[in-house]
Each structure stands twice: as C-alpha cells, then as structure tokens.
Design a protein around this ligand. Sequence first.
Ligand code: FAD
Length: 419
Amino acid sequence: MSEDTRARAEALRQDVRRFCRDVLPAGLRAKSQRHQVLDKDDYQQWMRLLQEQGWAVGHWPREHGGLAWSPLERFVFEDELARHGCPWVIPFGVKYVGPVIYAFGSEAQQQRFLPKIVNNEEFWAQGYSEPEAGSDLAALRTTAVRDGDHYIVNGQKVWTTYAHWADWLFCLVRTDREARPQNGISFLLIDMKSPGVTVKEIRTMDGYRHVNEVWLEDVRVPVGNLVGEEGGGWTYAKYLLKNERTAGACIGMAWHALHRLRELAQQVQASQPSQPSQPSQPSQPAHRVEPCGCGRPVDDGLLRNRIGMLELRYLALEKTAYRAVGAMMDGTENGGEASLIKLRGTELYQDIAESLVDLLGAAGIAFDPAALHSAGLPPLGPDDAGGIVKDHFYNRAATVFGGSSEIQRNIIAKAVLGL
Ligand SMILES: Cc1cc2nc3c(=O)[nH]c(=O)nc-3n(C[C@H](O)[C@H](O)[C@H](O)COP(=O)(O)OP(=O)(O)OC[C@H]3O[C@@H](n4cnc5c(N)ncnc54)[C@H](O)[C@@H]3O)c2cc1C
C-alpha cells in the first residue's frame, strides 16, 4: 500500500473527526449515541449531511458522482463514524442498489435512479429474503411473468428493512421456473406505490418496527425496470452482497461500545461505597487494563478481566481487518476475509452489549420502548440505559442478517480451508 494511499486515508479520518465535532447536530448525535430511535426524518437529515461532504457515495466512481475512494478510505470512513457513535450509513441505495445500477443497469436506469440515490431523494429497500429462502436464497419463489412490456410479479418478501419508508424495492424474482435455481432469477426495480404492493409490520424484540413483510400481488412492473439480462439476477445479487459485508462499521461500533463499557464500569465503581481495606488479602498487581486507551483504570478484578478479554478480541479483530483491507488493495484476498470480520465482529459486539446490560444491574432489566421515543420518565440508571438494552436486543439479529454466522463459517471453510 503506497504512502500516498495511507496519507489520503488519514486525511479523511481527520475530516470525519472534524465533521463529527463541528457539523453533526448535537440532537442527532445525542440520539444516536444513546441508541434512541431514529425516525425517517433523522436518517434523511443524516444522509443529506453526509452527501453535503460528498461522502455518502465516496466509494462510487467519479463519473457517477463519487470520490473513487480506495478500500482503505472506505474502511476508515465507516470506522471513524462508528467510533463516534454516529447513525449507520443507510446502505440500501448508496451501498447496495446504486453500484448494481452503475455496473449493470441501462443508460436510462442510470440517469433515472442514480442522481436520486446520490441526493437522497428516494429511499430504497432490499427485497431478497423470502420465507424458506433466506440463507438458501436461490430457493426464492416470487415470480415475474412477462406480459407485453410489463412483468406481473407475485410473491412474498420478508424481513424487509425500512420497507415502510421505501419509495423503491430492488427485488429478486424468478423469471424461469424450469432453469437451474440460480439461472432463473432476475433483478427488478419495483415502485412501492404500484398497485398490489402491501407492507406489513413485523415487531422485533426491541419493541420497534425495523422490518416488514412485503406482499406482491399482480404487481405490474415495466420491463424497463429489469436490471441487466433476464435470468442474470444471481450475478448482480452476488455482486451486491460483496458490498453488504464491509468491515469498517463493524470495527468502529465495537470500539465505541467498548469505550462505553469502560465508562460505565467507572461510573458504577464511583457510585459504590468504598470498601474498608482488607489487610489479609494479597495486594493486587499494579497492572491495569486500559481498553481503547481511555479513562481511568477499572478496579474490580472480575470486571477488569472481562473487559480485558473483550479488548483483546477487539485488537485481534482490528489487526485482521487492516490486513484484509491491505489484501484487498494488493489483490491477494483469499475470499474469506469479509466473512471472518463479519463473524468475529458481530459476535464481539453482542458480547460487549451483553456486558453493558449486565453492568447496568436493575436498569438493565427494565425496558420501556416508549420511553426511547421521548424524554418521558427519568431513567432508572444512566440516561442511556434504555438505549443500551434496546441496542442489545436489536443486535441479537446481527449474527443472522447479512448472512448468518453459520453461513459465514461455511464461506470461510470453503475459501480458506478449501473444504
Ligand atoms: C433484523 C433483520 C433485518 C433484515 N433485513 C433484510 C432486508 O432488508 N432484506 C432482505 O432481503 N433480508 C433481510 N433480512 C433477512 C436475512 O438476510 C435472513 O434472515 C438471513 O439470510 C437468514 O435467513 P433465514 O432467516 O431464512 O434463516 P434460515 O436460512 O432458515 O436459517 C435458519 C438457521 O439455519 C442455519 N443454516 C441455514 N443454512 C445453513 C447451512 N447451509 N449450514 C449451516 N447452517 C445453516 C442458519 O445459520 C440459521 O441459524 C433481515 C433479517 C433480520 C433478522
């Protein structure tokens, strides 16, 4: 990796830090850092702020409005935002369907859709998963049958994140039932206002509406909304999935949560009455764990050990992630890197989140989703206690979405061990 590449990535990191300090509105920052519920307006504002810097599509090629970031810049950008506890970069337009459209879409599709993705004027959702076709995506059964210059689409999608906010759905459909499962799939862009589209809410265990069922009944989709070749959808779907597992956010989120864990440990420690010294016990060694290089040491031995173990896992993950980015830039990837980081990153994050909830004590047991929408009643514990519990509940899903941990292990086994 050249010095120039490193220098550009470091300059971007500094710019992102400045942005988080000087540009990000305090209200949005506070809501996000406390894991409160962000609504569509919050996300619209957030994505607009990013795009004012040119960053929402920084990884796109310049001819489509991007900054042609290197993999390292992309990594650093996501890492730094997540370290500051910023909202996530809503991926469906800028990370997922946008690149598919500029790589495989027609000229007309590029002109129609890309500017509105760049300017955040249209909200997208991802219609891949179906009942009994999640990990085994090629088993999907939603059909699209050609009728003149339209396709007639029938079927059901499930777990569709933000479908209730979406203007458009990019959707995998079966256009050939006779072909090999992967060959009969096509990639369609469906206007959510089309007659026959019904969105039904699914409540997740954190009490909120993130995901939905999307029912498609005789939905007429113009043939002009087919991306690429009919039957070529599997290729485009896989191209898109590569963008689903980018590592930066995973690393930054773990760092941010570790930092919060350390802070909370200190708050708990400070709130406990000091114990009289017990001369019969051997004195503790001077060694103190300093996760993430922040704050004062933690005195409780068991807690210190727990934080230290998480910290070690974090450091190993961070090192692996930088090695993977380097391999990506040198063209020496083995194909398992993204899966390894997704697997270890989500599992680590879940363990940190669980430690945070444990440390909250009684405040980690009480959970009132409604209180997260407004200032309401004073919280039992620290004022982000409700958000910590909500985040813990929601992130149980992180080892399922974007490819479950078992599927990541299968990919690693194949790519790295050749099994
Ligand atoms: C919060 C959330 C948001 C989501 N958002 C979206 C979205 O916006 N759009 C979208 O299209 N989808 C979305 N998904 C769906 C997600 O991609 C699927 O849930 C995921 O692919 C798993 O599929 P499944 O739920 O059908 O489980 P299944 O595939 O039925 O798996 C069930 C269990 O079996 C295991 N398993 C399955 N196959 C194998 C195998 N070959 N080897 C070993 N173990 C296996 C899995 O690991 C899992 O533990 C979302 C899911 C969640 C939870």
